[in-house]
Design a protein around this ligand. Structure first.
Ligand SMILES: NC(=O)c1ccc[n+]([C@@H]2O[C@H](COP(=O)([O-])OP(=O)(O)OC[C@H]3O[C@@H](n4cnc5c(N)ncnc54)[C@H](OP(=O)(O)O)[C@@H]3O)[C@@H](O)[C@H]2O)c1
Length: 263
């Protein structure tokens, strides 16, 4: 019998009150089972959206599904998918099934990522490099490509990529993770430019900065996590960028601290 970690069904502490700013919207969140993705999924549900929870670990997704159900929010949809091994057909199938089940897809938060190994490029294992780029970059391309037809049906869809400080300024020993975040910024910029005049889809990237999650603990094991902001405290920015009110923000590499200060 598998023993659940104690935190699995705990609701993240959110700074966003229940509201209806995303009512009748459908939003897909990748990496929705933990950390920032879990907080974002609950935030969007509390704002009235039907959330499609995509992630690797089914149990974690079920825990988020249960949290949403326990608050009588719009019923979520669970979609387990390991981005390391998913193929083009898996993404295309997901895209078709969303088009069949919903009038449109109104939001896509590309949040799932792996940290991978930290160390010098010279000693970075090639297989580990390829795997990390598959999860952090190629999967975002494949998912976006498959979901764009459903997003084009929305009156004001939003695509939000997740970056990092090391995806904006390279840093020694951050290896494939840093390079994958530079590529993420590139994907965001190219897509934003393509869609600027041909659709109402707004495309941006966000750098959440140091946040109290498992990924941060893995990167900085000696750091006291209690000194870091929680995922929940970032949610006003994640919510703002999914709302119709964020329409003028497009093609931007957003720094969360600046945005939170403005909200
Ligand atoms: N935390 C920070 O300080 C920080 C700083 C800058 C940027 N970021 C970025 O913020 C985003 C969220 O990170 P986080 O801190 O919330 O990390 P986290 O707590 O480790 O969560 C990462 C999520 O991604 C999912 N994931 C990883 N590999 C996957 C795969 N192969 N297939 C499907 N899902 C997969 C994980 O699923 P499982 O739980 O099932 O493994 C998990 O739900 C990431 O893009 C990260 O790069 C974080």
């Amino acid at each position: 019998m598998k023993i659940e970690p104690a935190h699995a069904t705990e609701a993240p502490e959110l700074t966003v009150p229940v509201n209806d700013t995303l009512q009748d919207k459908t939003i897909l969140v990748t990496g929705a089972g933990d950390g920032i993705g879990k907080a974002a999924a609950l935030t969007y549900a509390r704002s009235g959206a039907t959330v499609i929870l995509l992630g690797r670990t089914q149990q974690k997704l079920e825990a988020v599904y249960d949290l949403i159900a326990s608050e009588n929010l719009p019923e979520a949809v669970i979609h387990p998918l390991d981005l390391a091994i998913a193929g083009t057909d898996d993404y295309d199938l997901l895209g078709r099934s969303i088009q069949e089940q919903f009038p449109a897809l109104d939001g896509l938060l590309h949040n799932a990522s792996e940290l991978g190994a930290l160390g010098p490029i010279q000693y970075y294992a090639p297989e580990a490099w390829m795997k990390l780029m598959q999860i952090n970059v190629n999967a975002a391309f494949l998912l976006t490509r498959a979901l764009l037809p459903a997003m084009l049906q929305s009156p004001d869809a939003r695509i939000l990529f997740t970056s990092s400080s090391v995806g904006r300024q390279g840093r020694a020993y951050w290896g494939a993770y840093a390079v994958s975040k530079f590529a993420t910024e590139g994907l965001m910029q190219v897509l934003a430019d393509e869609l600027a005049d041909t659709s109402n889809i707004r495309v941006n990237s966000i750098n959440p900065g140091a946040t109290r999650t498992e990924m941060r603990r893995a990167a900085y094991p000696a750091e006291n996590p209690m000194t870091l902001p929680t995922a929940g405290s970032l949610m006003p920015a994640y919510l703002h960028l999914m709302q119709p009110v964020s329409q003028p923000i497009h093609g931007q590499a957003i720094d969360i601290r600046s945005l939170l200060a403005e909200l």
